[in-house]
Design a protein. Structure first.
Lengths: 395, 490
């Protein structure tokens, strides 16, 4: 008997895969600057990062989020299975609502975070950064649910910025006016719109099948003529740091992919205590989270000077190393040098004064070391009421 | 609602041992058994010999056991009679490998002794940390193992370390020639295991078998007497044993096991629940939602493929084995012509097929020949396949006892699947979980559950899947009871 597994490698594409929007992005790309996002070709910048960033904050932008991993979870036990998976109580997530969720391994360390869409009574979609098919299969074992990987069948477009609703309305989707933040609804057969995003601003995410993706792009593009700009990762990244959102592999290491011991961080260490519901019953990692004291805290920092502090070490009293910056940029809107940083306990939470960032600057071939004072911030660097107003403003 | 201190699920001998140990400490214990009788796999239909029962346990139970020889049958009639470390031809002639066998046996028994006292308590661990009293005790226990090794002397210690992870085939054949003697020894190393003598780790399983010196006993009456003694011990300790009472689920409230619900909906409350079943079955009883994904995954991955079938022949008369004396008919009779033959009997099982030449362990009783046949597939059984196995075993016996087939009035074939259904043993495995190096000591039955505790408070394993493992020893049950008391959950 030959027990070898037969594989047919011909079916596996070689190199990066185009997303369903690639033909449109290709035509718009002046920078020809592409990155690998989960195996897909994705723009880092299409034109210039400054244009793209200011479009997010001042007009409307389209960002292709098709490379996000999307899993459909259906079945009579779907709610129970998800409640064991994530740290929040999904029983509180009603039909047509979206929840930001986190899930942990048995040691209480974050595996990934993502958005959970309740599409039906027993019908959910989990959208996240990391591949999760194997984990969800294991998490589904023993429950009456089916997990379907929709990563390669569902296309996603993030329409973000103050005029994003105006674009929707011009595209004939004005009924989306009723959407409150974290609502999702199917407005046309095969087109779902959620009022979600990664920019902290007014914005929407549109979900449709791969086959209808280009038609959706063209419809929005025509409706937004003159006030809509396609953007890449770099601009989006500035916006998300301003909004204080964390990103996998920057601000935390997904527990299932870290090779070295002790690299995982708990949701509590990452500042999400209020999203951990110990009262709802068992969920993955609950016992570890109850048992282990937080060792780190992820904080928002206002950094002195104007040089981005990405990767900088943080010192207490200029001497003792207590952590490092996980994401740092100059915020064009706040006009401040901002960062997310991981500090060892008790720094950040209990001891927040006399902290310094060590920034190295290459001044035309000469390295300068700058110690800049940092102050811990409790609020996001970017907050604007237009992000939450319902009905949304027509700017 | 009825309330006890402890509920034990399953009245196998380990469940009963756990119940007796807790009852003796004044705890009110209720034992719930799904089937109509006590004993589980120690029942007379399934078991026929006692191997690893310690002297102390035997005295505690008050069972009468008589030591028996082993006779390894040879097709050419040169059967080998074995008792402990001595081997000779069944007709009294000297065996050429007798001295080498005696030395090998003595060494393995010595090595087994070093590991044996690890079986008498929960496996070592440092969860208390090195600064706690508990941690220091653990160091002392491990120190004893180290000291035992040291006492072996440098050469023997080196030999121990050389063979402990090795395979039985090489270790045995390095010392003696291949034939019925090597066959019997290697068959003992893998009986009930999903392994052949050439599989790594089979020296360890052979040492486990030799943990109490490797002596083999028959129970006076039948194996039922041993099971009954365990039940009697539990009853004497005040335990309430109920048979024919299947547990539908373990009730969990606020991350603690607070009792069980019977089929039919009746609830019984308790502060701790001990389960004789395997870790996965126990998790399912409590509800998999109460456990972490990784814990359930490890439980699902636990290796428990039963490889031994039990064949019981009802006989109209006493079969005569060619070349055996009257007394030798009462011995443990083994069909394992060589270590190579034992290895070959495992090969078909890997592919879900019946062995061409099964390895047998037989005990002749009044009106019955009780046979353990290895290696067989653990799944894919049909009635036709059962019949084929019965016929194959009968045919094999016939070759050593001409006329046997004509005495057979009934054949009962119990496959691993049947044994699983009868007793709840995971995979119908004779040790509830493979005794591989990846599933012993602190890794038994699965990483993270070595201390008999499952993650839900007050929920424990007390069956053979837990440390130290299979055989009728009562140790998993007793150790589990000790852990329950040490944890202070009562």
């Amino acid at each position: 008997m030959d027990a070898r597994v037969q594989t047919r490698p011909a079916a596996v594409p070689i190199g990066l895969i185009p997303t369903p929007f690639q033909s449109r992005l290709e035509a718009l790309s002046r920078a020809k600057s592409w990155v690998n996002w989960a195996g897909y070709i994705s723009p880092a910048v299409l034109d210039t990062v400054e244009f793209e960033y200011f479009a997010i904050r001042n007009q409307a932008t389209l960002y292709d989020i098709s490379p996000m991993h999307k899993y459909r979870i259906r079945g009579t036990d779907a709610g129970a299975m998800l409640n064991r998976l994530v740290t929040r109580d999904v029983r509180k997530v009603h039909l047509g609502r979206v929840s930001y969720v986190l899930w942990c391994d048995e040691d209480g360390k974050l595996i990934d975070d993502g958005t959970l869409f309740r599409l039906g009574l027993d019908d959910w979609r989990l959208c996240c950064q990391e591949p999760m098919a194997g984990w969800l299969d294991d998490a589904a074992w023993g429950f009456d649910v089916t997990v379907t990987d929709e990563s390669h069948t569902v296309a996603g477009l993030a329409l973000q910025g103050p005029t994003s609703f105006a674009v929707l309305q011009a595209a004939g989707l004005g009924t989306a006016r009723a959407l409150k933040p974290f609502d999702i609804q199917e407005f046309e057969p095969g087109l779902q719109i959620s009022r979600t995003g990664f920019t902290g601003d007014l914005g929407y995410e549109l979900w449709t099948s791969w086959a209808r993706a280009c038609a959706l792009w063209d419809r929005l593009w025509q409706a937004g003529a003159g006030q809509l700009r396609a953007i890449g990762f770099e601009a989006m990244n500035i916006a998300r740091i301003e909004a204080g959102f964390i990103a996998a592999r920057s601000d935390f290491q997904p527990a299932n992919t870290a090779i070295r011991l002790g690299r995982g961080r708990s949701p509590i260490e990452l500042g999400f205590s209020r999203m951990v519901d110990f009262a709802k019953g068992h969920f993955n990692g609950r016992r570890a989270l109850l048992r282990d004291k937080p060792q780190y805290s992820l904080v928002r920092l206002d950094v002195g000077g104007f040089k981005p502090a990405d990767g900088a070490l943080i010192y207490h009293r200029r001497k003792k190393e207590v952590g490092h910056v996980t994401s740092g940029v100059w915020s064009p809107t706040a006009k401040r040098n901002i960062a997310l940083a991981e500090l060892r306990a008790p720094f950040g939470a209990d001891v927040a004064d006399d902290l310094w960032a060590e920034i190295y600057v290459n001044a035309e071939g000469t390295w300068e070391r700058r110690l800049e004072r940092v102050t811990v911030q409790t609020q996001p660097f970017f907050r604007n009421d237009r992000a939450r107003a319902t009905p949304p403003g027509l700017f | 609602m009825e309330t006890f201190d402890v509920i034990v699920i399953g009245a196998g001998h380990n469940g009963l041992a756990a119940a007796a140990a807790l009852g003796a400490r004044g705890k009110r214990v209720c034992v719930l058994e799904r089937s109509a009788g006590v004993g589980g796999m120690a029942d007379g239909r399934l078991a026929h010999l006692v191997y690893n029962l310690s002297e102390a346990e035997r005295r505690r139970l008050g069972v009468h056991l008589s030591e028996v020889d082993t006779v390894s049958l040879a097709r050419d009639g040169r059967h080998v009679a074995i008792r402990g470390g001595s081997a000779a031809y069944a007709d009294g002639g000297a065996h050429p490998d007798a001295a080498a066998y005696a030395a090998l046996h003595a060494r393995l028994v010595r090595f087994a002794g070093v590991l044996a006292h690890l079986a008498e308590a929960p496996p070592p661990g440092f969860e208390g940390g090195l600064t706690s009293l508990e941690g220091l005790r653990e160091i002392a226990r491990l120190g004893k193992v180290g000291l035992g090794l040291k006492r072996l002397g440098k050469a023997e210690m080196r030999e121990f370390l050389r063979v402990v992870l090795s395979n039985a085939f090489d270790t045995v054949l390095d010392e003696i020639g291949d034939g019925p003697l090597a066959g019997a020894l290697t068959a003992d190393a893998v009986r009930g295991a999903w392994a052949g003598p050439r599989s790594p780790g089979t020296v360890f399983s052979l040492m486990y078998r030799l943990g109490q010196g490797g002596r083999v006993f028959r129970a006076e009456g039948s194996m039922g007497a041993v099971a009954a003694a365990y039940a009697e011990k539990a009853r004497a300790a005040g335990c309430d044993i109920r048979v024919g009472v299947p547990v539908a689920r373990v009730v969990v409230e606020d991350d603690r096991a607070v009792g069980v619900e019977l089929e039919g909906g009746v609830r019984i409350a308790a502060q701790a629940v001990l389960s004789s079943a395997g870790p996965l079955q126990t998790m399912l009883l409590a509800g998999v939602a109460h456990f972490d994904v990784e814990a359930a995954r490890r439980a699902r991955g636990m290796r428990a493929k039963g490889s031994a079938a039990k064949v019981n022949f009802a006989l109209s008369g006493r079969p005569l084995f060619t070349g055996l004396s009257e007394a030798q008919h009462g011995a443990r009779l083994v069909v394992a012509p060589s270590a190579a033959a034992v290895e070959q009997s495992f090969n078909p099982a890997k592919y879900g097929e019946l062995p061409k030449a099964p390895v047998l362990e037989m005990v002749l009783e009044d009106g019955r020949l009780s046979v353990i046949a290895t290696h067989v597939p653990y799944e894919g059984w049909t009635d036709a396949r059962r019949a084929a196995l019965g016929a194959l075993v009968a045919e094999t016996v016939e070759a050593y006892a001409p006329g046997f087939a004509s005495l057979v009035t009934g054949t009962e074939v119990l496959t691993p699947a049947d044994i699983a259904a009868m007793t709840g043993a995971p995979g119908g495995h004779w040790h509830h979980a493979e005794m591989g190096l990846d599933q012993v000591l602190t890794l038994r039955p699965i990483a993270g559950n070595a201390r008999y505790r499952l993650a839900v408070g007050g929920l424990y394993l007390c069956g053979a899947s837990a440390h130290p493992g299979g055989d009728v020893t009562g140790l998993p049950g007793r150790n589990a009871a000790g852990q329950v008391l040490a944890d202070g959950v009562l």
